[in-house]
Design a protein around this ligand. Sequence first.
Ligand code: SF4
Length: 252
Amino acid sequence: MLHFDDIVFGPIFSRRLGSSLGVNILPSKGKLCNFDCVYCECGWNKDGRSDNRFPSADEVEMALEEKMSRASSEGVPVDSITFSGNGEPTMNPDFPQIVETTLRLRDRYFPKAKVSVLSNAVLVGRESVAEALMKVDNPILKIDASSDMLVQKINRPVGTCHLKDIVEALKRFDGNFILQTMFLRSPEFDTASPEALGAWMDIVRELRPREIMVYTIDRETPDKSLEKYTVEEMTAFVQPLLDEGFKIQIRG
Ligand code: SF4
């Protein structure tokens, strides 16, 4: 399974993001998340708990400053800075401060670079987390499942988690976020059944995200019974939303 040992890694070059720095503000040796998704590329929570020390705001600042100043002096471009890594970044208690620092360093070294955060949105009801997410260029927030029952089957929350609370908290973004949704099925569930799809579209219409990214399984998953969807199938699922003018990226 995929694990990041460094706080800042890259830059990695991709056609989609250009030259991208990754930031992991989770423990370096194991996964830590308030979800335990059946498809998580970092594996199951139970297999990654040997290390649960979050890097502090100071440690992240040092790592970022070192990487960005070196890239800048060597003429290496940085087009984007993306928080992803070994779990859920908003769980780091210093997350709001880390966002401030990242934006400040971005402005100093690579003012055109976009800062993105990939989050499962479980903690968006927390004022400080929501405010920090609203400051970055791209808050990419996940809703895979359109009912609490599906959340339990797919995302397997560690504590109490109600979809309606997440949706309620996301209304504060006033559409200024990117919704990320994984389409997949197993013998246990199907996120694209007519009922699940209809409920998901209702959530989309309620939240009106400025952009939607739908994707499917790509790498090895901890649950081996999962099946992916094709780009053609996902395009058909979201066609009504495309017709209504939603901007949707579809990745197979
Ligand atoms: S939210 Fe992300 S990091 Fe957490 S379990 Fe799901 S896929 Fe893994």
